[in-house]
Design a binder for this molecule. Structure first.
Ligand SMILES: [Zn+2]
Length: 446
């Protein structure tokens, strides 16, 4: 039988063949059914066995989505860290094959992220069924993978997705000792991949190493870049695509609860068939559709590590309007952690919004830095090109117009702010510094 021989999960098969099924899968009745099952399953872990008992939650009494929101308590990052690496597990080591990963720990301790082998294989089946991968990738592709292979599952998952597609894979990892950036570039030049999976900053770095050697990145024949593990604004993705002469997509998720689904229009879709998302205002009331708010997420497909109503710390915005790609799933903007917001003039901005304004101009360099002071915003940009004065004026005018504050801009040669030939330092680097609030703001992932 075809289904079995392809080892494809039924849901993935249905999604590939009949994407309209998602409308049915996301009906309130189906969502409620999944949530009840998830709550019941969660009691297998030490954390939820105690937590749900204390809160008096009985899955059978959850009769509506409102009941779920009212009865089930939220889960915080601190609780997970406190529960310890085994406290969240619903499957004990030895029962099933388990794979461990964890968050970077830059904000208050490492959060464990467990999956079972079966779970990861189902996710891979699902990913390969998505239109974006069906339409943009084929078995004849040669894929250079520069995502991290350790600590996170990014590299491992990308490997498995490409294996399932039957593509040719060059696993390199991200700026490590085995493949420092220049070695990655050498390998790209020798093997000529058609797809590059890479953190956007790394892709800009490889482009600059190529140009140091007098090679135009658009001559390589790369047709697609999939950036992950780092926030990438829509305009910066467009510029990256222009640097390589290809399409560039951003694959990003919310902290600890899973990735969003990109589409060919570089729009992120919420995988609502696999996670239930609530959006709240600061005062605890539910945000209206289309309004920004902080997200509380319950993944409903988890096997190893169930999690209920997780307060992600991310501010998101969901839109119900149909996306031109036709995928019947809400679209989502992930704006970033609330604590990274900056107040400029009378408005608050997320770093990714400032980046998007910056990259209305063509800026070809691996790094930029913005420092907000009481006198205004100072922007340093690495940029390679003869049009330095014009770029400087354009960036300055765009930011001034949008922010209504004094802006100074300096253009620096690539390498001035960030060592794009070096292996990655072990800590996150700051792109945005807010001296008006006295704290550094981080916008780096990976
Ligand atoms: Zn779309």
């Amino acid at each position: 039988m075809k289904l079995r021989s392809e080892n494809m999960d039924l849901k993935a098969y249905m999604l590939r063949k009949y994407p309209g099924i998602l409308r049915y899968a996301n009906s309130d009745r189906m969502v409620l059914k999944r949530l009840r099952k998830t709550v019941s399953y969660a009691t297998k872990s030490d954390l939820y066995r105690n937590k749900l008992k204390q809160a008096g939650v009985v899955p059978g009494r959850i009769r509506s989505l409102q009941d779920f929101k009212r009865m089930v308590p939220t889960t915080t990052r601190e609780e997970i860290v406190k529960a310890g690496p085994y406290g969240m597990l619903a499957v004990r080591p030895g029962e099933k094959c388990l794979i461990y990963s964890q968050t970077s720990g830059t904000t208050g301790g490492h959060v464990p992220l467990w999956v079972t082998k079966d779970e990861i294989e189902r996710s891979v089946g699902l990913a390969t069924s998505l239109p974006v991968f069906q339409n943009l990738m084929s078995s004849s592709d040669i894929v250079a993978l520069c995502y991290p292979y350790t600590r996170t599952l990014a590299g491992r998952m990308a490997d498995m997705i490409n294996q399932r597609r039957g593509a040719t894979i060059i696993p390199m990892g991200t700026r490590n000792n085995m493949y420092p950036p220049e070695e990655v570039v050498d390998t790209i030049l020798r093997l000529r991949p058609t797809i590059l999976g890479s953190v956007a900053t790394d892709a800009f770095s490889y482009a600059n190493i190529l140009m140091d050697r007098g090679i135009d990145p658009t001559s390589l024949g790369i047709k697609l870049i999939v950036s992950g593990a780092e926030p990438l604004s829509s305009n910066r993705a467009k510029v990256l695509g222009k640097v390589f002469g290809c399409k560039a997509l951003s694959l990003l998720g919310q902290n600890e609860v899973g990735v969003a689904i990109p589409c060919e229009h570089n729009v992120l879709h919420l995988p609502s068939f696999a996670m239930f998302t609530e959006v709240y205002n600061d005062d605890g009331t539910e945000a209206a559709p289309g309004e920004r708010g902080y997200s509380v997420v319950t993944p409903t497909w988890r096997e190893a590590q169930p999690i209920l109503r997780y307060v992600t710390g991310d501010v998101i915005r969901l839109h119900e309007d149909p996306c031109p790609c036709g995928l019947p799933l809400p679209t989502m903007e992930i704006l970033g952690r609330k604590i990274t917001q900056l107040r400029i003039g009378g408005r608050k901005y997320f770093p990714i919004e400032l980046e998007d304004i910056l990259y209305r101009s063509y800026i070809n360099g691996p790094w930029y830095k913005m420092v907000l002071e009481s006198g205004g915003l100072h922007v340093s940009i690495e940029h390679r090109g003869k049009d330095r004065d014009r770029t400087m004026e354009e960036v300055s005018a765009n930011l001034k117009k949008e922010l209504g504050t004094d802006v100074t801009v300096e253009i620096l040669p690539p390498g001035s702010l960030y060592d794009y030939k070096g292996v990655r330092p072990g800590k996150a680097l700051s792109r945005i510094v807010d001296r008006t609030s006295g704290k550094d703001q981080l916008i780096e992932g990976a």
